[in-house]
Design a protein around this ligand. Structure first.
Ligand SMILES: Cc1cn([C@H]2C[C@H](O)[C@@H](COP(=O)(O)OP(=O)(O)OP(=O)(O)O)O2)c(=O)[nH]c1=O
Length: 207
């Protein structure tokens, strides 16, 4: 296999990928992550995961590049990372007492083969109602600031979770089952639920 690059600054993604026993280099992609008007969460994470992998792949065409993106969605509202503490409070007030969706897009790109795949994994989390003091206290810890939806299920927000459906790694930012399927597909084996990366030049068998 070509050398593997993780196109992400997320320590959670570094940790999850290293648990797969793969050796990789980290080269973050710096992109505008703003949603387009009326863009659906699945489409947004698909587009951003693919763009992150492609942006790094253009600089490092010899490597296999993995990109990912995570957002929280409440109905049509997409919550990315908060701009500041008051934005984090606003997001958590919205999420209080709700069942919401978390979408993570994962993409692999090979510049050598001009071929890539992208897939989306969706999970749902239900929060109990949160008091304004709880929200303010949590935001003051700083933990929400680099997390989609302004919370970390693996951190302080874990105690607010009444239930969840789906893969917890999807919420934390990198579902390893999806990474494995995409890497297998790239290696020529069958994988589930993936499709061709938008930058692909027409080779490969993606659906
Ligand atoms: C909802 C939730 C998100 N997150 C994190 C996962 C992602 O790192 C982050 C969403 O932001 P992303 O833009 O997906 O990723 P990032 O900015 O951290 O890193 P990069 O773009 O360089 O890949 O939120 C958690 O860690 N726990 C959670 O419970």
């Amino acid at each position: 296999m070509n050398s593997l690059i993780l196109a992400s600054s997320s320590p959670r993604r570094h940790h999850l990928l290293s648990q797969m026993g793969l050796s990789f280099e980290v080269v973050p992609a710096d992109l505008d992550e703003t949603a387009r008007p009326h863009e659906r969460p699945e489409s947004l994470v698909r587009r951003l995961a693919a763009s992150k992998a492609l942006a790094v792949g253009e600089k490092r065409p010899e490597a296999l590049v993995l990109g990912a993106d995570t957002v929280v969605a409440l109905g049509a509202q997409i919550l990315g990372k908060p701009r500041d503490a008051s934005d984090a409070e606003r997001m958590l007030q919205m999420l209080s007492g709700t069942r919401h969706e978390i979408c993570t897009g994962v993409s692999v790109w090979s510049g050598v083969r001009g071929l890539g795949y992208v897939a989306v994994s969706v999970a749902h989390v239900t929060f109990r109602p949160l008091s304004p003091v709880e929200i303010q206290t949590y935001v003051a810890t700083g933990e929400p600031m680099d997390k989609a939806g302004a919370y970390a299920i693996q951190g302080g927000a874990g105690r607010w979770v009444e239930s969840y459906e789906g893969n917890l790694e999807t919420v934390i930012g990198l579902p390893r089952d999806v990474v494995e399927r995409l890497l297998k597909r790239m290696a020529g084996e069958k994988a589930w639920g993936s499709e061709k990366h938008p930058g692909t030049k027409g080779r490969g068998s993606g659906s």
